[in-house]
Design a protein around this ligand. Structure first.
Ligand code: IMP
Ligand code: MG
Length: 190
């Protein structure tokens, strides 16, 4: 898989050092609050696991699964929630995590067009939490389709397609322990 990368952006020690700082900041900001972390799967899996183990607070963890469709590494803007539904015939209302009155921190892998996080945030606001903040491991420097102002950012990166440490291209490369830029010809190859 390393051969499919143009270059490595952040190796494991660099990621872990940055997580130490982020975790310290979050632990301090939430020390007197009722923290509920909402992880946006699957991309945030490694990030969430490594970050939360550095936060010594009595937090709760819940997960959301969304699909945002990408062709050639571009977001289509369509965000679909994959949540359990309740009600007759299973076609009823989506069940959101129970976050009423809680201080919610949304964790996601990467902020690109902003569609995913703007949609997730809007959806969670309907469940009446006390507060909502957003934490992303990576934020692309670019004009966004929807404005999202993340409260915590691991690293700012250029507008390039990256994989590894949870991030995929067509469901591959998530298990790389580092983050790198995928070779352009692989993105264009379909
Ligand atoms: P957005 O809705 O365009 O902000 O995109 C958010 C989602 O698209 C992320 O949670 C990722 O799953 C995916 N994504 C965006 N950019 C990249 C990338 O460079 N590499 C891998 N996945 C990406
Ligand atoms: Mg993805």
């Amino acid at each position: 898989m390393r051969g499919d990368l143009e270059r490595v952006l952040f190796d494991e020690p660099a990621i872990h050092r940055r997580l130490d700082d982020l975790a310290a900041q979050i632990s301090n900001d939430y020390r007197a609050l009722d923290l509920t972390v909402i992880a946006v799967l699957h991309g945030s899996l490694m990030f969430v696991a490594d970050l939360l183990r550095r936060i010594p607070l009595p937090l709760k963890l819940d997960c959301l699964s969304v699909a945002s469709y990408h062709g050639k590494g571009q977001s289509s803007g369509e965000v679909v929630f994959k949540l359990p539904t309740v009600g007759p015939s299973g076609g009823g209302q989506m069940t959101l995590p129970d976050i009423a009155g809680r201080d919610v921190l949304i964790l996601d892998d990467i902020l690109d067009s902003g569609q995913t996080l703007a949609t997730v945030r809007e959806k969670l606001e309907t469940a009446e939490p006390q507060s909502i903040r957003v934490c992303v491991l990576l934020s692309k420097k670019k004009q966004r389709a929807r404005e999202v102002d993340p409260d915590y950012v691991g690293f700012e990166i250029e507008d390039e397609f990256v994989v590894g440490y949870g991030l995929d291209f067509r469901e591959r490369y998530r298990n790389l322990p580092y983050i790198g830029v995928l070779r352009k010809e692989l993105l264009e190859g379909g």
